[in-house]
Design a protein around this ligand. Structure first.
Ligand SMILES: NC(=O)C1=CN([C@@H]2O[C@H](COP(=O)(O)OP(=O)(O)OC[C@H]3O[C@@H](n4cnc5c(N)ncnc54)[C@H](O)[C@@H]3O)[C@@H](O)[C@H]2O)[C@@H](O)CC1
Ligand SMILES: [K+]
Length: 459
């Protein structure tokens, strides 16, 4: 067994309802699923244990607890001291096995369950969560919360490792799930699901290489429109990213007066231009756009064949029913929007909390409403398009949480849309978000402009 991430192949994700159907179908042929699960937990527990203390297995009443109890028996048979109880052992454990709740968690926690979870989190030993960290909803990656009046709302196990059983669940990879699940392991228990996945987990995507006969005209054009007063850096970051992603020509239309100056003094390859000069370019619209971008949007949306809409373009669209209609009436497969959760909330006219409560559903709803590809940013970015199975991005990290990081992503995606004009936007959005996330998997501060070089190396 080895950790799932980083992965070189896309993995199917199945929500709770699908997992239950898969379990029912599998049980006919393999009635010993829980025994297999318990043995898998014990095997990983043996590898993760630190020191000689007992393994504390906190087992709930359902089948998640059943997995834990079988693991306890297997460990005991190997001579490992075990403590299968909801109270912590008297001596410090060598490992905590969280088998309190799995995919059966379907309501807020009571005080007793929250106390067990907090006791697990208080241990200094590694924590192995069985299937899902207890307290986390497997479908959405959000904590189930606690019943009203408890101080510890949102309490969930902070696992160092999670062993997902039978299927991989979307909630492990998006929202709070990424932070709570720790390192993810997977055992399919010998079952190959027959049904279509709820979502896909992303992997690196190889894009077609250029032919020797290709020239700058073959690699498309990008027009970046944004950079209102005080925010020109956002447009320039997007333009630099588009350039390094391989667009043949990149033009910048700055919304603040540029007084005939270069598009970007630090990147002489970038050119000043406007819709009139490059009406067939891929638009990257809204980075640092300010309120001024609203007036530009009708012409851009009706002219540009492919467009990536970001930041202030999204705020303008959220505030205007005619602009929403203009986006929705563009030809299918020609528009990507790249909202962060607050921008998505504005577009959906709901709260950020409501977006985060079910990121997959929020992205899919937006894709349906605006009839475009949606790249919902945040921990475990989600890409949704009408008629497509959504993708959850498997890469990323806190280093991406800096100003300008989204501008680089939008620009990079625009660059790839120009260079790979024949490829579907959904595929390109998944590939760009995966590459952006991979570049951000570092343990140090990374100014957004410095994402571009590692993204180039990943090409
Ligand atoms: N579904 C499958 O295919 C397999 C399931 N297995 C294990 O079984 C688990 C699912 O088992 P269960 O369906 O029994 O569910 P759980 O063991 O996750 O849930 C246990 C029980 O807790 C109750 N419950 C839910 N929320 C609660 C709350 N807030 N406070 C108190 N009680 C609450 C539920 O009513 C349920 O009866 C999986 O996560 C996995 O660990 C494995 O044995 C292998 C195969
Ligand atoms: K669990």
């Amino acid at each position: 067994m080895r950790p799932l991430l980083p992965t070189t192949r896309p993995w199917p994700l199945f929500d709770t309802a699908a997992t239950r159907r898969i379990e029912v179908a599998a049980l006919a042929a393999t009635p010993d699923l829980m025994a297999r699960a318990g043995h898998a937990v014990a095997k990983l527990a043996l590898a993760l244990r630190r020191g000689d203390g007992p393994v504390w297995l906190a087992c709930g009443r359902g089948n998640n607890g059943g997995d834990g109890r079988i693991a306890a028996d297997v460990l005991a048979a190997h001579g490992i001291p075990t403590h299968a109880a909801l109270q912590p052992p008297a001596s410090p454990p060598s490992l905590v096995v969280d088998a309190l709740f799995g995919i059966g968690l379907n309501r807020p926690l009571d005080a007793a369950s929250a106390a067990v979870i907090e006791a697990m989190n208080a241990c200094s030993a590694p924590i192995l969560a069985v299937d899902v960290p207890s307290g986390l909803l497997a479908d959405t990656g959000q904590p189930a919360g606690t019943i009203a009046g408890l101080a510890a709302d949102g309490v969930a196990v902070r696992a160092t490792h999670t062993l997902s059983l039978l299927t991989l669940k979307p909630g492990l990879f998006t929202g709070e799930g990424r932070a709570l699940a720790g390192r993810i392991w997977f055992d399919h228990l010998g079952v190959t699901p027959a049904e279509a996945p709820t979502a896909w987990l992303s992997a690196p995507q190889a894009l077609p290489a250029s032919l020797a006969s290709h020239h700058k005209g073959s690699h498309g054009q990008v027009l970046v429109v944004g950079g209102a007063a005080g925010m020109q850096g956002a447009a320039r970051l997007a333009a630099r990213a588009a350039l390094h992603a391989g667009a043949g020509r990149v033009y910048v239309d700055l919304l603040a007066p540029n007084d005939g100056g270069p598009a970007d003094a630090g990147q002489p390859e970038l050119m000043c231009g406007s819709l009139a000069e490059c009406p067939l370019a891929v638009g990257v619209i809204g980075c640092g756009g300010g309120p001024e971008i609203a007036a530009r949007l009708p012409a851009l949306l009706s002219a540009l064949p492919r467009a990536v809409l970001d930041a202030d373009a999204l705020n303008a669209i959220a505030a205007s029913a005619p602009l929403q209609a203009a986006v929705a009436s563009r030809a299918p497969g020609t528009t990507v929007i790249t909202p962060h959760p607050l921008e998505a909330a504005r577009l959906l006219q709901i709260t950020v909390q409501a977006v985060q409560q079910d990121r997959l559903a929020a992205a899919q709803t937006l894709a349906r409403q605006l009839r475009c590809t949606v790249l919902l940013k945040g921990s475990g970015s989600v890409i949704a398009s009408p008629g497509e199975t959504p993708t959850v991005i498997s890469t990323g990290g806190p280093a991406l949480g800096t100003a300008g990081s989204g501008d680089v992503l939008a620009g990079w995606l625009g660059g790839w849309c120009a260079r790979h004009a024949a490829m579907p936007l959904h595929t390109l959005a998944c590939a760009a978000a995966h590459a952006h996330g991979a570049a951000g998997e570092v343990n140090h501060v990374l100014p957004a402009g410095e994402l571009i070089a590692p993204m180039t190396r990943l090409l």
